[in-house]
Design a protein around this ligand. Structure first.
Ligand code: AMP
Length: 286
């Protein structure tokens, strides 16, 4: 496995790759979720490049950019074991240079004012910016993203269609701890007591899914707000010290809300456990 620091080195690697190149963009602090994406790429593509870059433009002023976990040495070992051919490890200077960019991407308000966008208003513009820069640098044939960040995946798919990026996006199902807690680089912020209760978020999501499905089997109309309120109450009880940012049921396809449960409904949630913000989502269908 080669570690690349410069854009010219990535371009050379791209030129040398005569068949399909897979890209796995990450911010490092790699865990089993990231490694699953890398393995998927190794399986599907003839060569795989993993990028590790904590992108400053997707963090708000009061977010955890400075303290975001950075574990490069361990990450490199994990990438190699997962079968990556290259790791791209750029500095801020390599990606953004020293001058303020004249052209940036703006994701439509319809998407950035809901779910995570509500409390992180600049986040998805920063994500669109770095992902499109990485696409332009590596020119992959396929890029892999986790369903764990479902709103991000939805926005990236639409951006690729809107801007005609010549590549395929593959979404990979969320990888979880045995407890059900979605794997996340931020889980390492959780205290032991918080780690013990955080899996209850996924338990509540499943209770709501079962309830929704059984009501539907009886042909009853299911107003999503009733289910959402029930879920919020359960999370407050089962996850002491938590603060719910949102718990919403929306369309899997376009993230729009409807009054009643729809054929492609999905639960989306973000919950602060102590000071750590955890996100998760679950398909419930009808
Ligand atoms: P991050 O390093 O958090 O930016 O994540 C890099 C990629 O890994 C993104 O596409 C995430 O959606 C994906 N990812 C993070 N956690 C998981 C997980 N638990 N399961 C599947 N994919 C994940």
């Amino acid at each position: 496995m080669k570690v690349l620091h410069e854009i010219s080195e990535v371009r050379d690697a791209r030129k040398q790759c005569k068949s399909t190149l897979g890209l796995v963009p990450t911010m490092g602090a790699l865990h089993e979720g990231h490694l699953t994406l890398i393995r998927k790429s190794v399986e599907k593509c003839s060569q795989t490049i993993v990028s590790i870059f904590v992108n400053p433009t997707q963090f708000g002023p009061n977010e955890d950019y400075e303290k975001y976990p950075r574990t490069v040495e361990e990450d490199l070992k994990k990438c190699e074991a997962a079968g990556a051919d290259y790791v791209f490890l750029p500095t801020n200077q390599v990606i953004y240079g020293t001058e303020k960019p004249l052209v940036t991407l703006n994701v439509d308000k319809e998407m950035t004012s809901i779910l995570c966008g509500k409390s992180r208003p600049i986040h998805f513009n920063g994500v669109a910016q770095i992902v499109s820069i990485l696409f332009n640098i590596a020119q992959p044939d396929v890029a892999f993203f986790g369903e764990k960040d479902y709103q991000q995946l939805t926005i990236i798919r639409k951006m690729v269609a809107d801007l005609h990026f010549p590549l395929e996006i593959v979404g990979v199902p969320t990888v979880r701890e045995e407890s059900g807690l979605a794997r996340s680089s931020r889980n390492r912020y959780l205290s032991e007591a918080e780690l013990a209760v955080a899996p209850n978020i996924y338990k509540v999501m499943n209770i709501i899914k079962e309830k929704a499905n059984s009501l539907h089997a009886k042909n009853e109309t299911v107003p999503v707000e009733t289910l959402e309120n029930e879920a919020k109450k359960m999370i407050s009880e089962l996850v002491p010290g938590s603060k719910i940012d949102y718990f919403e049921i929306r369309s899997t396809n376009d993230l729009k809300r409807s009054e009643n449960l729809a054929a492609d409904s999905r639960i989306f949630t973000a919950v602060y456990v102590g000071t750590t913000r955890l996100i998760d989502n679950l398909y419930i269908g009808k």
